[in-house]
Structures are given as C-alpha cells and as structure tokens.
Design a protein around this ligand. Structure first.
Ligand SMILES: *Cc1c(COP(=O)(O)O)cnc(C)c1O
Length: 374
C-alpha cells in the first residue's frame, strides 16, 4: 500500500459533516467577505496564540507582507532572515523594495542563529524574521535579546500551536515577538480548503494598521489613509478552519506520537551516524509540520529514490537555500556564506508524519528506510 507524504482525504473523512455544515452556514447567510465567520476565527486564534489581536488575511505570504508594511518597512531598509525557509519569507522583503539579509542557521534545529543575526545588524536594519521551521519555535527570546529594540516578526506558518518554555512560562508560537504570522495553506497543521493567513500581535496600533492595510488602507469605506491591499481571509475558509480548530491539538499530538515512533525505530541507524533524527530543543514542544531526517555521505537522493520505488512519498524542504537562488543573485551572496544552510539543503529528507497514518503505514516507512541501509 503506498504511503503518500500527506493524505488530506484521510483527514477529511473524519470531519466531513462538520466542515460541510460550517461551509453551508456561510453559503446560506450569503456573507462571504469578513463578517462573523472571520471574526470568530480571529478570536479563537488570538486565544490559542495568547495574543491580544488576530487579523485574518489572504495567505501566509500576505501576512508577512502586511506585517512589514505595518512596521513601515520599504525601500532602503534591511531585514535579517534565514535562507533555509520557504521562499515567501524573503520574497516579501524584496517585493517591498527592502533588502533581505541572510544569516546562517543552527544545524540541529535548522532555525536562525541569534548571534549571526546580531552580527548582521546595520544602521539600515529594520526587522528580523525568524522562521519556526518544521513546527519548532525559533529562539525568539534570544533573538530579541541579541537585537535589542529591533522589531521581530515570527514566521510561524509551520508552527501554529507550538510552545516554548521561556523563563519557566509556556509561550505560544506568535505570542512573544512584535508580530507573528500564520498560514492556512492546506499542507500546514491547520490547513484550509484553499489559501488563508492570519497575523497576531499584542500591539493595539499595529493591529489597527493591519486591519486597515488589508482593505486598501481605508478605515472607512472609500476613504483611504494610505494605499493598502485587498488581502482578506475568505469567510468560507474561516468557517472550514473554525470547524477544524478543535482538532488541532489532537492532530499535533498525533504527529508527535508518530515522530516518537520513528525516533525509536531509527535509533540504531542514528547511533551509527548514518541518519540524524530531528532534534527538538528541550524548551520546545514541536507540532512536527515535518519530520525531517538528515542523511550524510551523499546518500540522501538515493534514499529518496529507494522510498519512491517502495511507494513512499517524501520531500526535500528545501533543496536550494535562498541566498543562492537565481532571483537573489543581485544580492551578491556566494556559496559557502551560509554553510549550515547549504549542508542542510544537501542532507534533509522529510517523511510522511500526518496524524492519520496507520500503524501499518508507519511500519512501511520504517521498513523502507532501514532496508536502504542494510
Ligand atoms: C507556507 C509558508 C509561508 C507562506 O504561506 P502561504 O499561505 O502559502 O502564502 C511562509 N513562510 C513559511 C515558512 C511557510 O512554510
């Protein structure tokens, strides 16, 4: 039986009636733009994230774009971020006329190095964007400490509901920094049936600005204080997401259970150093948006081909770090400038981890990996 990297139909089968009823409620009310469904989800995501405000928007990319606009970031400004992330993190910086400044990652968590971020700060630096890669929060408090006074935008697209213990208190993804951003792309832990995004903040003025920016910069209809965007969260998506939200904690726990199963099954391979299983920092609780092995000695691509031949879906997140992307050649980065990101790009392989995986499917993935090395 094939094991896909992700099986959205398996999840849908468990919640179909609730989701369809929620969507039909919006259709029957014929209120498709903002309205109750969006307000309800904003309230519930704010509560989940321990945030004072949550503002829905069209997708996770726009969440980053709007966040930077709310901080007045634009031409001539520099924004420090990681090159080992999905493209949107840096593409939005470029699209605002600002300059992405790439600094390397910690090899164990794949998240940005606070000391490297601090070293890259100049008089033009206007923000830092740590990414919570694969579901594990970046060291947001250490980043804030290393870059005093600088706004922090936490790209939490892969980490909704993740926790980190800071000074003995459990903090949620998006809670601590100036602004946190989420994506509801279907493959995220809380995925819609289309695009969607959300921004959280504790700051009243930033929240008010974001609510304006998502509707063409007007606080009253047809009067525009500034030029904004059309970037609203679709009411149908909000209804789907509200129907799914009560399951999120159990789904993320299911992913952690699957991760523990793999960790145990791969312990022998890990002990001999042929694979490295994911490292979760002791202060973190990951939501495992991905379960990502590291395979040294140049065998990653062969393992991926072997698993494919056995019907097992995998993915490489991400094969080319952003500082080496052709579109950023104008920034002048050279190979070797972010060595840990470059090494990770050669070695990572993400396995199926979704919570609906059956025991038999888990065993097939384990057998696929172990048979390659024996
Ligand atoms: C998915 C993702 C985004 C973009 O979200 P979209 O909703 O697809 O626009 C941004 N950053 C990271 C790290 C992501 O994984």
């Amino acid at each position: 039986m094939p094991v896909p990297l992700l099986d959205l139909k398996a999840q849908y089968a468990t919640i179909r009636d609730d989701v369809v009823a929620a969507m039909m409620k919006v259709v029957d009310a014929q209120t498709f733009i903002l309205g109750d469904a969006v307000v309800t989800l904003e309230r519930d995501i704010a509560a989940l994230s321990h945030a004072k405000h949550a503002i829905g928007c069209a997708n996770g990319t726009d969440a980053l774009l709007l966040a930077m606009r709310a901080l007045d970031i634009g031409r001539g400004d520099e924004v420090i971020t990681t090159p080992f992330t999905f493209f949107a993190t840096a593409g939005t910086v470029h699209n605002l006329g600002a300059t992405p400044v790439f600094v390397d990652i910690e090899p164990d968590t794949y998240n940005i190095r606070p000391d490297a971020a601090a070293a890259a700060r100049t008089s033009k630096t206007r923000a830092v964007i740590p990414v919570d890669l694969f579901g594990q929060m970046a060291a947001v408090e250490r980043i804030a400490l290393a870059l005093p006074g600088l706004p922090v935008i936490e790209d939490a697209a892969q980490s909704i509901g993740a926790r980190r213990s800071i000074d003995g208190e459990a903090r949620m993804a998006g809670e601590v920094p100036t602004i946190g951003t989420f994506s509801f792309f279907p493959s995220k832990n809380l995925g819609g049936y289309g695009d969607g995004g959300m921004i959280v903040t504790q700051d009243d003025r930033i929240a008010e600005r974001l609510r304006r920016l998502r509707v063409h910069g007007g606080s009253r209809q047809y009067y525009h204080d500034e030029v904004g965007y059309n970037s609203r969260l679709d009411a149908l998506q909000a209804a789907v997401l509200s129907a799914k939200l009560p399951h999120l904690a159990a789904w993320s726990a299911g992913r952690r259970r699957n991760a523990a199963h793999y960790d145990a099954a791969f312990a022998d391979l890990a002990a001999t150093g042929v694979v490295t299983t994911p490292y979760v920092a002791p202060e973190n609780e990951s939501i495992f948006n991905q379960y990502t092995l590291r395979i040294a000695s140049g065998k990653r691509d062969a393992l991926q081909a072997h698993l494919k031949a056995h019907g097992i879906g995998t993915a490489i997140y991400y094969p080319l770090p952003l500082h080496l992307q052709p579109c950023f050649a104008y920034l002048g980065y050279k190979k070797g400038q972010c060595p840990e990101s470059e090494r990770a790009a050669q070695e990572v392989l993400s396995l199926p981890i979704y919570p609906e995986l059956t025991r038999q499917q888990l065993d097939e993935v384990v057998a696929g990996v172990t048979s390659f090395f024996h």
